[in-house]
Design a protein around this ligand. Sequence first.
Ligand code: PMP
Length: 405
Amino acid sequence: MMSWTLAARADKMNPSVIREILKVTEKPGIISFAGGLPSPKTFPVAEFRAACDKVLAEDGAGALQYAASEGYGPLREMVAAALPWPVAPSQVLVTTGSQQGLDLIAKILIDQGSRVLVETPTYLGALQAFTPMEPRHVAVASDDEGVSAEDFAAQAGQGAERARFAYLLPNFQNPTGRTMTEARRAAVVAAASAAGVPLVEDNPYGDLWFDAPPPAPLTARNPEGCVYLGSFSKVLAPGLRLGFMVAPPALYPKLLQAKQAADLHSPGFNQRMVAQVMQDGFLDRHVPTIRALYKSQRDHMLAALAREMPAGVQWNQPAGGMFLWLRLPAGLDTVALLPRAVERNVAFVPGAAFYAEAAEANTMRLSFVTASHTQIDIGIAALAQTIREALDAQPAARQPAAVQP
Ligand code: PMP
């Protein structure tokens, strides 16, 4: 009888907590604020259909052949030209989603026991990408403005203990929807430079601002000390599986080797279609329609929350992106609450899924982009009712929520 002996790193891999939790939400008729999916209404299907024809007619063999690991030249040029700091196309590495970028970074920068600084809370998919390399995730204290520069400096470490990098999401963060202020960006970049800790800046949502663009990226302030991750998933479509990294010359060759080992290159067909669709400034016309849709979705959810939620429940007002963050009175546990919400046909992601260290059990992530306005009204009312019941069962929790440190 054959027996499989797993590598230690495979033992470290966990099924996505979110996927496991969300199995209970796979019930017909459920109103889900849990998913992280962009609204399919924003997918430019007709443009891709036309681009597909054009690419196959004009460059079919090129699109279907093996290609360079760095990515399709014209796409790399478009990416470099669109970024708000001087970037040479040779610094751009096209990836199979920005998720692959996180995996490549983990492979080339993390040894067993390496310290990696992360926000509190942070993107679960990044923790999943880093974990197999067996780092020690170090949660940096964070508030509504992002990570604290003081705590960053305190946790940076020195010598062999110096953090290999800090993973930061300055714009409309997943899961909280928060945005780092200009002052905080400047302070964190200064703290990182002083401590000699490089930054990995993940920015899939930055273009999805509602009223005003966010402050300049961290990478624009110190390109040699940062790797920048971008994605086409939220501005075009996630099914393309295309993203990109901008890496300094000190890192690029190693990332490229890791990329070769992972998948040789990202699909040339998809890269050509994206380049074709993006020609003539398509994103300048398309992205504003996503912003307008998501802003109206956010406003609708904010209005429903204000109308329905019992006293003591707090939430933020994200300035862009897809998510907002709800904080219930201390003592309530959103993991325990989820099955009761699902009984009332509404789902969310418990905040505990997003913490590298001690979780705040009374938090949850709500996506405001895919539900219709009517579903938002019904779903938020059902969620409020679920919370009210939990509060009634646990009167001690009726105290005001603890202020986030
Ligand atoms: N980073 C963050 C913060 C995300 O929210 C996501 C998608 N949920 C990704 C990276 C991965 O996106 P993709 O691989 O589709 O580019």
